[in-house]
Design a protein around this ligand. Structure first.
Ligand code: E4P
Length: 226
């Protein structure tokens, strides 16, 4: 399972990459616009924090294939590193995926709400497909089931593309998606923290420290070697 952080907030990215086993960052136009400063500078700053090797997924904005291709080439030249261009699964987006695949630019198909959208995007050349779990749940669909169907279709048809499940609002959605065999998830900083949070874990850690200190006093295990 690969964990990606779904944010353009630099402090959140620094913290998550310091603490957790992160594989990359995903953004979309909404996420970027929340930061309210130069789009390219934000992406360069993210690249500086995460380094050249970690994945950075950046979304195109245009609705015509030729313009999507231009945006992808611009981003690839300007940001570089392990970059994926997120392209929505509209017909012109699928056309752009075919062109960009030929050019060797890596693609993440996004705004996916059905398994058939994911299948076509993968056949067009997407390396990742991003189904929107919570947005599907919000229209009385079953986001986890759509992810499970995509995983199954890729296995059945021997397709190498990976699922990058997105749009999560709680830990249970992430857990159920992980059980489907989806290869990666992109989640916000709050849910990333919540994946670890448990009151009994905190209670146990406090108890260990209290018991230790009641005998040895305040200090660290490494006291003798410092
Ligand atoms: C991911 O790349 C998607 O753009 C994102 O997860 C959507 O999340 P939201 O439904 O919380 O906006």
């Amino acid at each position: 399972m690969l964990y990606l952080l779904d944010t353009a907030n630099l402090e959140q990215i620094k913290r998550a990459f310091d603490l957790y086993p992160m594989s990359g960052v995903t953004t979309n136009p909404t996420i970027i616009s929340k930061e309210n400063r130069s789009f390219i500078q934000i992406l360069k700053d993210i690249r500086n924090i995460i380094g050249e090797d970690k994945m950075l997924h950046v979304q195109s904005l245009s609705k015509k294939a030729e313009d999507i291709v231009k945006e992808a080439e611009y981003l690839n030249e300007t940001i570089g590193g392990n970059l994926y261009i997120k392209i929505p699964v509209i017909p012109e987006g699928i056309k752009a995926m075919k062109i960009l695949k030929e050019k060797g630019i890596k693609i993440t198909a996004t705004a996916i709400f059905t398994a058939e959208q994911a299948l076509m995007a993968a056949i067009a050349g997407a390396e990742f497909v991003a189904p929107y779990v919570n947005r599907i749940d919000n229209i009385s669909g079953d986001g986890v089931d759509v992810v499970a169907q995509i995983v199954q279709l890729f296995e059945l048809h021997n397709i190498d593309a990976k699922v990058l499940a997105a749009s999560f609002k709680n830990v249970q959605q992430v857990h159920e998606v992980a059980l489907t065999g989806a290869q990666s998830v992109t989640i916000n900083a709050e849910i990333m923290d919540k994946l670890l949070a448990h009151p009994l874990t905190d209670w146990s850690v406090d108890q260990f420290v209290n018991d230790w200190e009641s005998v040895y006093g305040e200090g660290k295990l490494t006291l003798d070697v410092e």
